[in-house]
Design a protein around this ligand. Structure first.
Ligand code: NGQ
Ligand code: ZN
Length: 450
């Protein structure tokens, strides 16, 4: 049985020295500590994190939506640019962009992804012969790179609260309940050969699914993760109030069985009572701090949510910048900036990096429906840091973790193992050149559509 030896590793109980991890068929079967052996596979090992929310195709437009229009720019004007960009993406493009994004996730500290997948149809809105054609492409991208995939096929039927008609920019996303049932079946087939894949589903938002549709979906798919975008923008809160008299998170908690299988993406705009109720529900808050900053969404009340016992994880969402330590740093900084304190997310005496890392690991695992962490039964996924990096001089344990998150960022990553296999060495994925070349070709063509 293969064994990996680490000088020190962050285990569920804390840091341990001389760690030998046995694995078989990609899963951890035994963890020994205090082993006198050379740390041949890495000096400092962390469990890989989950990017619990990604729209991989949006990686291709990173940097193309940072130009101001005639009026005030907003989330909604960004969305117009995004709809233009996806207008001409082919199935081959979907695969090339997803593979590149997943490779970057691995190079930058993520070993699992939740792909919130809504780009289902051909450019004119008609279905492909295989309704899950794009899911097949995303599954291939996962197999090519080694990232663990939780596929979340998205139900998207309407363009606004109360079943409003969708607009033409949304034609590649749409299905009714029958079409979605076919899509789910075909999506299950698309990932059936990926050994560690998980299937969940995702009503896109309260704008895209009616209450009756939500009820039908939740009873049709009683197991697996459920993800939904909610309360990201103030306009969304106002539209929801006008439609129902309740705020989006308030409405969801009152009308759906929100529990541990649910992940509420963004949930940015919360009242105090919504914050407490969401924490109590056991659902994960799926925070995407870099994208939320990029889109001008607002700041999630993370310290209050954490104090109320809430679970959170992080996602790269628009993939405008992919970095696991960077998402945690942005989350912490958003709290420091709004509350004018330091070390906002940790308890007295605790390392902030460690608090963020432990919480995001647990919340990400819960939201993606998989075991994560350096423990028996989890996939053998590890991120090792380069002990010779100047940012790590004289540091180990939590100080090394704090330096990774707040100083060195992903440049400190040395090796990454996915399902026990070395996929990143000296910070570079073993397929970096080929995947970057394929990505460049696709993007040269697509950039002109913006
Ligand atoms: C999405 N992204 O589906 O890609 C959304 C924008 C929408 C974020 N919410 C579109 N960040 O919500 O309608
Ligand atoms: Zn999203």
């Amino acid at each position: 049985m293969p064994v990996l030896h680490f000088g020190q590793a962050l285990l569920p109980m804390g840091w341990a020295r001389g760690v030998a991890v046995h694995h078989e068929a990609g899963l951890i079967t035994r963890v020994e500590t205090g082993v006198e052996a050379v740390a041949s596979d890495g000096a400092i090992a962390l469990p890989g994190l989950a990017s619990l929310h990604s729209h991989s195709f949006q990686r291709g437009m990173a940097g193309l939506a940072e130009r101001r229009g005639q009026s005030d720019d907003s989330f909604w004007t960004w969305r117009e640019v995004m709809y233009r960009f996806l207008g001409e993406i082919t199935a081959e493009d979907v695969e090339a962009i997803a593979a590149f994004a997943f490779m970057e996730m691995l190079e930058r500290g993520f070993t699992a992804v939740g792909e919130f997948h809504y780009l289902h149809h051909q450019p004119d809105g008609t279905a492909y012969a295989n309704p899950a054609e794009h899911a097949v492409r995303i599954a291939s991208a996962s197999a090519e790179t080694g990232i663990a995939l939780t596929l979340l096929p998205v139900f998207y039927a309407h363009g606004g609260f109360g079943g409003q008609a969708a607009n033409p920019g949304q034609r590649r996303f749409l299905s009714d309940l029958h079409g979605f049932a076919r899509l789910m079946e075909a999506s299950g087939r698309a990932i059936s050969r990926l050994p560690h894949a998980v299937l969940g589903f995702a009503p896109h938002s309260l704008r895209a699914a009616t209450p009756d549709e939500l009820n039908a979906l939740v009873s049709a798919y009683p197991i697996g993760p459920v993800h939904i975008h909610v309360a990201e923008q103030m306009k969304e809160v106002q539209d929801c109030l006008a439609w129902s008299g309740q705020r989006p998170v308030e409405w969801l908690l009152a009308h759906q069985p929100v529990d541990e299988r649910w992940c509420l993406i963004h949930a940015t705009h919360l009242t105090e009572s919504e914050t407490l109720a969401l924490a109590k529900s056991g659902a994960v808050a799926g925070l995407c701090p870099i994208t939320e900053a990029n889109l001008g969404d607002g700041v999630f009340p993370a310290t209050d949510f954490l104090a109320a016992g809430g679970s959170f994880g992080v996602g790269t969402d628009s993939n405008v910048e992919i970095t696991a330590p960077g998402e945690l740093r942005m989350l912490e900084y958003s709290q420091r900036l709004t509350r004018r304190v330091r070390n906002a997310m940790s308890l007295p005496g605790a390392s902030t990096g460690r608090t963020l890392y432990d919480r995001a690991l647990a919340g990400g695992a819960q939201a993606l429906g998989r075991a994560m962490g350096i423990a028996v039964g989890a996939r053998a996924d590890f991120v090792t840091l380069n002990p010779n990096a100047p940012d790590l001089a004289g540091r180990d344990g939590d100080y090394a973790l704090d330096s990774y998150i707040f100083a060195g960022d992903h440049a400190l990553i040395d090796k990454v193992y996915a399902a026990g296999k070395l996929v990143v060495d000296k910070g570079r994925h073993h397929r970096h050149e080929a995947l970057a070349q394929a990505y460049r070709q696709v993007i040269h063509r697509l950039a002109s559509t913006i």
